[in-house]
Design a protein around this ligand. Structure first.
Ligand code: CTP
Ligand code: MG
Ligand code: K
Length: 180
C-alpha cells in the first residue's frame, strides 16, 4: 500500500524529475537573461540557458510518451496501477519543472545568492511547485486523478531526498559543479 503509493507517485513525477538533469547535461550557450541585470545583480544568471531549458523540456515530454508506451508492462512487473500521462500533464510537468527552477534562480539573485549558491528547500522543491502548478493548469482533471492528496504528500516528502541523491551522483561524476 505505502510502496504502491510511492511507486506511482515517483512514476507520475518522472517527467518533472528528468528535465533538470537533462538541462545539466546539455546546458551552455546563451543565458536566457542575455546578461541583463536588475538592481546590480543578474536577472537569472548564466546557469539558466535557452539550450538547457529547451532540451530539458523536450526530454521530459518524450519521457512521458515512452512511459505511456511501457506503462502496462510496468504495471504487470511492479504489480502497481500506474497513471497514463495526458499531453497537457506531460507538458505541464516538464515545462513547469524548468520554469520553477528558473523562478528560483530569479529569487536567488534577488536575495544576493550567486550562481550555484545553495538555497535549502527552494533548490529541492522549486521544480516540484512549477511542475505541479503548470500540470494542474494545463490538465486539471488528469491532475486531480493522478495527484491525489496522499500522492501529493508523498511527492513533497520524497522529492527532496531523490533530488539530493541524483545531484550528489551528478557531482561525484563531475557533471555538476555543486552537489545540490
Ligand atoms: N542549466 C541550463 N538551463 C536551465 C537549467 C540548468 O542550462 N534552465 C544548466 C546550467 O549549465 C547550470 C546547470 O544546468 O549551470 C545546473 O543547474 P542549476 O543547479 O539549476 O543552476 P546553477 O548553475 O546552480 O545556477 P542557479 O544558482 O541559478 O541555480
Ligand atoms: Mg545549482
Ligand atoms: K536549481
Amino acid at each position: 500500500m505505502v510502496i504502491s503509493q510511492l511507486v506511482s507517485a515517483v512514476w507520475s513525477m518522472l517527467p518533472a524529475y528528468v528535465p533538470n538533469n537533462a538541462a545539466v547535461l546539455s546546458g551552455g550557450g546563451d543565458p536566457i537573461d542575455g546578461g541583463r541585470t536588475l538592481g546590480g545583480r543578474r536577472l537569472l544568471g548564466d546557469g539558466k540557458t535557452w539550450r538547457g531549458t529547451a532540451v530539458g523540456s523536450v526530454v521530459g515530454v518524450v519521457l512521458a510518451v515512452v512511459l505511456n508506451l511501457v506503462r502496462e508492462r510496468a504495471e504487470t512487473k511492479l504489480g502497481v496501477s500506474l497513471p497514463e500521462f495526458s499531453l497537457g500533464g506531460a507538458v505541464g510537468l516538464s515545462v513547469g519543472a524548468m520554469l520553477g527552477d528558473i523562478a528560483a534562480s530569479f529569487l536567488k539573485r534577488r536575495t544576493g545568492r550567486e550562481r550555484g549558491a545553495s538555497f535549502p528547500l527552494v533548490d529541492q522543491l522549486d521544480f516540484v511547485v512549477g511542475a505541479l502548478g503548470l500540470a494542474k493548469l494545463l490538465s486539471p482533471s488528469w491532475f486531480s486523478r493522478t495527484f491525489t492528496p496522499v500522492r501529493l504528500v508523498v511527492v513533497v516528502l520524497v522529492t527532496p531526498v531523490l533530488h539530493l541523491v541524483t545531484n550528489g551522483i551528478a557531482y561525484l561524476l563531475g557533471l555538476k559543479d555543486e552537489p545540490w
